[in-house]
Design a protein around this ligand. Structure first.
Ligand SMILES: Cc1cc2nc3c(=O)[nH]c(=O)nc-3n(C[C@H](O)[C@H](O)[C@H](O)COP(=O)(O)OP(=O)(O)OC[C@H]3O[C@@H](n4cnc5c(N)ncnc54)[C@H](O)[C@@H]3O)c2cc1C
Length: 379
C-alpha cells in the first residue's frame, strides 16, 4: 500500500516544491554557514499554509493528517532542501503535539497558534547530558511551590534551542530517575533559564542545536501539559510521529541522492565513456534505487496504519531502521560515484552524506529501535 494520491495532495506537493525553489534554494548555503534559518522563513511558510500541515484548523493549523506531513517532508528534500532544513523549520512538529493532544485552551492560545503563524518558535527538550535513550531516567526536576514549579537541571542537543521562544520540557515531578515525568512549557527569558551553548555538529548545519540550563526556574503550574506524572506516556505517544518523520527524511534523502548520482553518472565520462554505461555503475545505481523505493513503500505503509489508529509501535521502529539503513547505503554510494567532487562543499551529496548520519541517532537510536522490535517479537 502507498499513500493515496489525491488532487489535494498533488497541489500540496506543488506548493511545497514552489516554496523550496523560491524561498529555500537561493539561501540554503548561507543558512548552513550561519548555523540557523531566519525567523522570516517560518512566517513565509505559515502564510502559504505549509507550517500548519498536520495540525487541525481548530488550533490554527492548515488541516491534513500525518500522511500530508510526510508528503511535505518528502517533497522538501526531493526538491533540493535537506533533512537539516526540516529539523529547523518544522521543529514545532515535535514541540506542539503534546499541547494539541491535551486540548488545553490556554496553552493552545499562548503557544500553538502563534507558532503555527510563524511568530513563535518552539523546541522539545527531553535529552540530558547524562543520557537520552533512557527517557525514564530524566533527572531535571520540578518541585511544586504553590502555583509554580521550581525547575533545576539541564538539557542538551536541543533542536532549535538557540532560537526558540519556548521549550516543551520533560521534567521529573517525583524522585529523580523514577520515570514520573511531566511536560512543562518553559519560556525564554524566564529567570534562571539560559542557553548555555550553541553546539557545533557534523551535519544539520542550518539547524541550531543548544544546551539548556535551568537554575531555580519558576514555571506556572498552568504551563504543565496534561495531568502531573503523565509526561512519559505523552512523550511515547508522540514518538511515532517523530520517528516516521525521521524515516521519511531518510528515504527522501536516499531518493534525492539516487537522482543526483544518476544525473552525475550520465554526464560524467571516464576512459571515453559515460559512467552510466558501465555495468558495475548501472547495477550500483539500480541497488540504490531499489533500497530507496523499498524503504519509501514500507514507511508509507506504516504511516497509513498509524494514521488509521492501529497500534504499530514495532512497525514504526522497523520503518525507521529500514529507511535509515537504506539512506546510509545510498548516501555513501552516491558520494563515491561523484568521486572527488562528492567530497566538496559544492556538491549537494556532500551535505546529504553529513546530514544523514543523525537519522539513526535522533528520535531513538537504531539500537533502541531494535530493542522495541525485539520486545514486539516477544523476546
Ligand atoms: C543534531 C541532534 C539533534 C537532536 N535534537 C533533539 C531534540 O530536539 N530534543 C531532544 O530531546 N533530543 C534531541 N537530540 C538527542 C537525541 O535524541 C539523542 O542523542 C538520542 O536519543 C541518543 O541519546 P544519547 O545521545 O544520550 O545516547 P545514549 O543514550 O548515551 O546512547 C549511546 C549509545 O549507546 C546505545 N545504547 C543505549 N542504550 C542501549 C541499550 N540498552 N542497548 C544497546 N545499546 C544501547 C545507543 O544506541 C547509542 O549508540 C538530538 C541529537 C542530535 C545529535
Amino acid at each position: 500500500m502507498t499513500i493515496v494520491d489525491t488532487p489535494e495532495r498533488r497541489q500540496l506537493r506543488e506548493l511545497t516544491r514552489a516554496f523550496v525553489t523560491k524561498e529555500v534554494l537561493p539561501y540554503l548555503d548561507d543558512w548552513e554557514r550561519a548555523g540557523e534559518v531566519p525567523r522570516s522563513l517560518h512566517e513565509t511558510a505559515a502564510k502559504i499554509g505549509l507550517l500548519g500541515i498536520g495540525f487541525p484548523e481548530s488550533v490554527g493549523g492548515s488541516g491534513g493528517d500525518l500522511l500530508d506531513s510526510i508528503l511535505v517532508t518528502e517533497e522538501v528534500i526531493r526538491s533540493g532542501g535537506s533533512s537539516g532544513l526540516i529539523a529547523a523549520l518544522f521543529t514545532h512538529g515535535i514541540a506542539l503535539p503534546h499541547m494539541v493532544a491535551s486540548q488545553d485552551d490556554g496553552l493552545i492560545e499562548r503557544y500553538v497558534r502563534p507558532t503555527l503563524t510563524g511568530t513563535m518558535i518552539g523546541a522539545l527538550a527531553i535529552t540530558e547530558p547524562d543520557g537520552g535513550s533512557d527517557v525514564a531516567g530524566i533527572r531535571t526536576c520540578a518541585r511544586r511551590d504553590g502555583d509554580h514549579y521550581v525547575v533545576n537541571g539541564s538539557k542538551t542537543y536541543i533542536t532549535s534551542g538557540v532560537r526558540s521562544d519556548f521549550v516543551t520540557t520533560a521534567v521529573c515531578t517525583n524522585l529523580p530517575g523514577s520515570g514520573s515525568l511531566s511536560l512543562l512549557v518553559i519560556e525564554k527569558g524566564t529567570p534562571g533559564f539560559t542557553v548555555g551553548r550553541r553546539l557545533e555538529k557534523l551535519g544539520w548545519h542550518c539547524s541550531d542545536t543548544a544546551e539548556l540550563s535551568f537554575v531555580d526556574v519558576r514555571v506556572p503550574v498552568a504551563n504543565r501539559i496534561g495531568p502531573e506524572d503523565t509526561g512519559f506516556l505523552a512523550i511515547m505517544q508522540q514518538f511515532a510521529t517523530e520517528r516516521l518523520s525521521l524515516a521519511t527524511q531518510a528515504y527522501a534523502t536516499a531518493q534525492r541522492c539516487v537522482e543526483l548520482a544518476t544525473r552525475w553518472c550520465r554526464d560524467r565520462s571516464t576512459f571515453g565513456r559515460p559512467l552510466a554505461s558501465r555495468q558495475l555503475v548501472r547495477h550500483r545505481l539500480a541497488a540504490m534505487h531499489t533500497r530507496a523505493e523499498a524503504a519509501r513503500v514500507y514507511v508509507h505503509d506504516v504511516a497509513e496504519r498509524v494514521a488509521a489508529g492501529e497500534p504499530v509501535v514495532t512497525e514504526v521502529a522497523m520503518a525507521k531502521n529500514v529507511a535509515v539503513a537504506a539512506c546510509d547505503f545510498v548516501v555513501d554510494a552516491a558520494l563515491q560515484l561523484h568521486g572527488g567532487f562528492g567530497y566538496l562543499r559544492d556538491a549537494e551529496v556532500e551535505r546529504h552524506y553529513r546530514d544523514a548520519r543523525i537519522l539513526g541517532i535522533g528520535g531513538g537510536t537504531t539500537e533502541i529501535m531494535n530493542e522495541i522490535i525485539a520486545k514486539g517479537m516477544g523476546l
